[in-house]
Structure formats: C-alpha cells, structure tokens
Write a protein that binds this ligand. Sequence first.
Ligand code: TUI
Length: 309
Amino acid sequence: MLLHEILGTKYPLMQGGMAQIATGAFAAAVSNAGALGIIAAGGKTCEQLQAEIATLRSLTDKPFGVNVMLLAPDVDAIAALLVEERVPVITTGAGSPDKYIPAWKEAGSKVMPVVPSVALAVRMERYGADAVIAEGTESGGHVGELTTMTLVPQVVDAVQIPVIAAGGVASGRQLCAAFALGAAGVQIGTALLVSEECPIHENYKQAVLAARDTSTTVTGRALNAPVRLLKNKMTREYLKLEQETTDREAFEHLTLGSLRRAVFDGDKDGGSLMAGQVAGQLTAIEPLADILSRLMTEYETARRGLQAL
Ligand code: TUI
C-alpha cells in the first residue's frame, strides 16, 4: 500500500518534522499542497503546540501530523496532549517512543516513528507502529549512521509494515530510487526549506540555495548527538572544540539557542542552519505546490526512463 492511500493525501509524500520551523500555518500549507503537513512539537510548550494545532485546523481540513522530538524535556506532557487532540498522524524523532504508542493508538492516531536502524524498526513494529520512517544520514538535523540507500531496503526486508524513506530525496529521480528500494512513500524536509511558505529567515533560505554538495557537516558525534547542518563559523568552532574536549557545557554554550538564531534571526555565522545533503541540488525559492508537483512529474519521467532500459 502506498503512502497516499494510507494517509488520504494527494501525493505519497510527507513533510519532515523540522523543529522551530514547521508551524501550524506551514504544515497546513503543506497539507493543502498535497503532502502530509507535520507540526514540529520540538522546542514548543504544550500551550504553544495546542495553539499551532488550532491554527492548522483553521487553515485546512486535510490530514496532518505532529512530530514529537523525544529528547525534549517535557515530552511526557506533549505525548499526553496529542492523545487529547486526536491528531491523525504522529511521527517521532531522536529516540524510541515505545511507552507512548499504546495511548496514541488508543486515541486513533497513526504512529510512524523515525528509525535509524533495523533493530529499532523491528521493535516499533512489535509495539504496534503503523509504519516506520527509515531516515538515512543524508538528512538534516539529528542523524543516524546508515545511508538511505543501505537502510531502506534492509528495513523493508525486516518488517511487514510500510516503510517511508527519508534523507536524500529532493528530486523525482531520488523519489523513483526510494520506490525501487521498496519504500511506500517519502519524507521530504530540506527541499521544503526553500518554499515560499517556509517561515525561516531569508538568510537561511539563501544559505541553502548557495550550498554545494559538500556544504553540510555533522557536529556532535563526540557527544552522541550528531546533527547535520550547513558548514559555517559555528560548525568550524564546534568541530575544533570536539577535538579538544567532551565537556558537555562547552558545547551547550556554543549551540544554546543556535537553531533559533538561524531560523528567526538569520544568523549565518553563529546559527545552526540544519539542512540535508540535498541542499546542493536546490536552486530556487518556489511555492510548495510547485515543488511537490514537480517532484511527481520528474518521478513519472524517471520511471518511464527506466522502463525503456
Ligand atoms: O529527529 C530527527 N531530526 C531532528 S530532531 C531536531 S531538534 C534538535 N535540536 C537541537 C539539537 C538536536 C536536535 C533536529 N533534527 N530525525 C529523526 C531521527 N531520529 N534521526 C535519527 C533518529 C533516531 C536516532 C536514535 C531515532 C531513534 C534512535 O534511537 C535510539 C534508541 O533509543 O534506540
């Protein structure tokens, strides 16, 4: 079963979580453009998240989701709020949502955890997940070790539930490749950063457009908190510090609020400009509807090209 049949969306595409970026208004715009829009709970209080869900519901009657960042300090309260709100889809990131799954399922939500490994995918299936999102290290933000090319087929072979591919997809050729690997659909993040509707600072969008294939790096490996983002002054200092110390406080001093500085202040030097390796492919700021429909037409072209082989 393909993702649009599971979700009731126009396209077999869903939006990535994107903490501090994916507001109710943005997620509603994604849902209205034909993919599954997702509100990022990461960095929000329960009250703020509830307000974002209300905003989304006022802007669309299409299905949507909420992404739960499992490292957040108030994750128990966020998880409980989602039971109350009865959101159609819940995705999770940066951890294992085992203990929340029964209550979410009971509330009628479809639960789709992001997994970086076969082991976690198998565990999520056992706990009752409706699908898993197999996210390769090409992605922006918090990342695992395996690539999309190696992770997706291994997860597909290990579970019966649908597998959504994430990481490294920003064109129809890559979408076609994800289907070839056995995915039921694809999660898109970085390609949506350069949409007209994306509420990040203009400097952040321009930095993504200026990126080349080698413009991202991964910080935080030493702390077991790897994050992919665009190289800048902050990442250079961070990686230098990683050679010298594993003192958590030194890093926290450097990264504290740095995602907010990128998203809201457009701080190109000191901000965390989270982005995936596809950043080098992106060349223009466009409406969401155009980005998504082009992906699908490119996909059809790629598929027909393969049939001619
Ligand atoms: O969650 C993400 N990407 C994110 S979260 C985020 S917010 C943030 N802000 C500041 C610093 C750090 C993060 C930005 N980007 N992607 C989903 C994802 N989850 N990728 C990898 C994983 C993952 C890793 C380990 C999921 C589960 C996991 O399990 C370990 C375990 O408990 O077995």
